[in-house]
Write a new protein. Structure first.
Length: 91
């Protein structure tokens, strides 16, 4: 069952507005309302991106990163930093 991309976009927009409201009224780090709004945005985005692809064969230039992706990025950055340090030492 495919979803109309316009409907999915409206859901994404609503999720983004709810995330902004939660972030603006958060009660400290780790506020569960902000976390819930964060995941709602991620879910709504994936639905929108999938519906856009199904309807038009197009996608957005965005992607949702999970914690594993973030850890991989950290490892890559550390590796690049290490390589740059080695180059400095060799010069």
């Amino acid at each position: 069952m495919s979803i109309d991309p316009r409907v999915a976009l409206q859901s994404l927009t609503s999720a983004l507005e709810e995330h902004l409201a939660a972030a603006a009224s958060k009660r400290g780090d780790g506020d569960p309302a902000v976390e819930a709004a964060f995941f709602a945005v991620a879910d709504a985005f994936e639905v929108y991106d999938d519906s856009l692809y199904e309807a038009y064969g197009e996608v957005t230039p965005l992607e949702v990163l999970d914690e594993d992706d973030d850890e991989d990025d950290d490892d890559e950055r550390e590796s690049v930093d290490d390589e740059e340090d080695l180059e400095l030492l060799q010069d």
